[in-house]
Ligand binder design. Structure first.
Ligand SMILES: Nc1nc2c(ncn2[C@@H]2O[C@H](COP(=O)(O)OP(=O)(O)O)[C@@H](O)[C@H]2O)c(=O)[nH]1
Ligand SMILES: [Mg+2]
Length: 473
């Protein structure tokens, strides 16, 4: 009798435990998805406005090809900076790159912004270091993945330059194409997280160089942190060093804020500032967006209103980048033109000094070596800096020129005065005209086209786009 009662008790306990477990499983299996309508609204995804201005793009390409490219080629600029601009790069969409430690929610953020959750092509996410690839999520007519080697081989893509990072890297590069309203306007790049205790060579390619390539081309860089990973190590320090000078593009995100109580969140926010302060050398404190970017609803009892407002602020930044895409592109080409112009003047100056120093009895090699070894003695950089509008910190240093002339003999170049056509068209005049007249004029036309109110020039000068570095609004 006693035994039967015991067995009955045991069985009912088992049934109870099983029912509770199934209920818990059901809870886990069906988390509530968050409403995404504000994403569509803030990014104006419903509007069918064409993403670009084809006429202005055509003109930009034309200016680049007729005024900047000839100077690049005449003075082999690509061998100094390894930088040539392809047509596809001119027409490419703004690029948003996500960087930060592993498992801070970078892939989840892309899934959330694109609404890929529970679709077969969602990016893989997990609490352990998951993403070991650089994943480029871009627009395409149909859903497909593109292998790194295919992306690199396709010269019409702006990613073909990535080939230079080697086969080891191309195996870690993957493209995902899909038809999507947001991807018609931007391309996202998901990166493998920084792992502090890993050596560069273990990855089989130079992680920093690849990051630098993406940083240089990104229009917006989300540096993502999570409350449990605020420690700053060598890799993160290196990353911030690489980000120097890109202040206006960086947005720091304290993600997963929904996983903490408000008081803890404040502490973590302070700690993040404290860790980042030595890495960011700016006078203004950076704007940190505190929110949670994943598809599931905010945990109960967290500051959901604040998180949502922060999310909308970040989305507005993204929208700005989309809207200003053409202006940014023109400014980028102009910046590039200024560097190419400077390079041309500098090579010309090296040639001129060489010519002046040479006499009938001198050894050309020794003379040129003396100039290359100590250009300051001959006022090479100073004389050009005085003439141009370039900041000296923006320039390659004299070692770069020593290497440059190590590969390219000085005799392989002609002086600028020799680069003129019979019609009197000179390379130098053309690039100067592009920098000072044509590109600023194109910028004004685009700005006016977007906002036909001429008084808007009062604010922007119709030439420069206001910088919104580390936006603090
Ligand atoms: N609580 C919470 N967890 C998140 C959030 N975003 C991502 N996660 C979780 O964090 C883990 C790492 O995410 P993942 O996107 O793979 O990070 P990644 O390595 O930076 O790409 C996953 O288990 C996610 O489910 C968030 O906003 N809140
Ligand atoms: Mg990931």
């Amino acid at each position: 009798m006693k035994g039967t009662i015991l067995i009955c008790c045991f069985l009912s306990l088992m049934v109870l435990a099983i029912t509770e477990e199934t209920a818990a499983e059901e809870d886990v299996q069906t988390p509530i998805l968050r409403d995404r309508s504000h994403i569509e609204e803030t990014l104006r995804l419903a509007s069918d406005k064409p993403a670009g201005n084809a006429v202005a793009l055509h003109r930009l390409r034309e200016i680049y090809h007729t005024a900047i490219r000839p100077m690049e080629q005449a003075y082999k600029y690509s061998e100094l900076r390894q930088k040539m601009i392809t047509d596809d790069e001119i027409a490419s969409k703004p690029m948003v790159v996500l960087l930060g430690p592993w498992s801070v929610g970078k892939s989840s953020m892309i899934n959330y912004l694109l609404g890929l959750q529970d679709t077969p092509y969602q990016l893989y996410t997990g609490a352990q270091p998951t993403t070991s690839e650089f994943t480029v999520v871009m627009h395409g007519k149909k859903i497909r993945t593109v292998e790194g080697i295919v992306m690199a081989a396709d010269r019409t893509r702006s990613f073909s330059q990535l080939e230079k990072f080697g086969q080891g890297f191309l195996e870690k590069l993957i493209g995902v194409e899909m038809p999507h309203k947001l991807l018609e306007r931007v391309t996202f790049v998901d990166t493998p997280g920084i792992i502090e205790n890993r050596k560069q060579q273990e990855r089989g390619y130079s992680f920093n160089d690849v990051c630098q390539w993406f940083i240089d081309r990104a229009d917006l860089i989300f540096v993502v942190f999570d409350p449990t990973k605020l420690d700053v190590g060598l890799e993160l320090e290196m990353l911030f060093r690489q980000l120097k000078g890109r202040d206006s593009k960086i947005r720091i995100i304290l993600n997963k804020a929904d996983s903490l109580a408000t008081q803890d969140l404040m502490r973590v926010y302070g700690a993040l500032f404290w860790s980042l302060a030595p890495l960011i050398n700016v006078t203004e404190p950076p704007r940190v967006y505190v929110s949670s970017f994943w598809p599931y609803d905010y945990t109960a009892d967290t500051s959901r209103d604040l998180f949502k407002r922060e999310e909308i602020s970040l989305l507005e930044d993204l929208n700005q980048v989309i809207e200003n895409r053409l202006e940014n592109k023109i400014a980028f080409i102009r910046q590039h033109g200024i560097r190419v112009h400077f390079h041309g003047l500098l090579v010309d100056r090296y040639l001129q000094t060489f010519k002046d120093k040479m006499s009938f009895f001198s050894d050309p090699e020794l003379v040129f070596k003396e100039i290359v070894d100590d250009p300051d003695k001959f006022y090479i950089f100073k004389s050009i800096l005085a003439k141009t509008n370039v900041c000296k910190f923006d320039l390659p240093n004299r070692d770069a020129y020593r290497n440059f002339f190590g590969i390219n003999s000085v005799n392989s170049f002609k002086q600028l005065s020799a680069h003129c056509s019979y019609m009197g068209d000179c390379l130098l005049d053309k690039i100067e005209k592009a920098i000072t007249e044509e590109l600023p004029a194109l910028l004004s036309t685009v700005a006016l086209g977007k906002n036909p109110n001429p008084s808007s020039c009062d604010a922007t000068g119709c030439g420069e786009i206001p910088k919104d570095r580390y936006r603090g609004h």
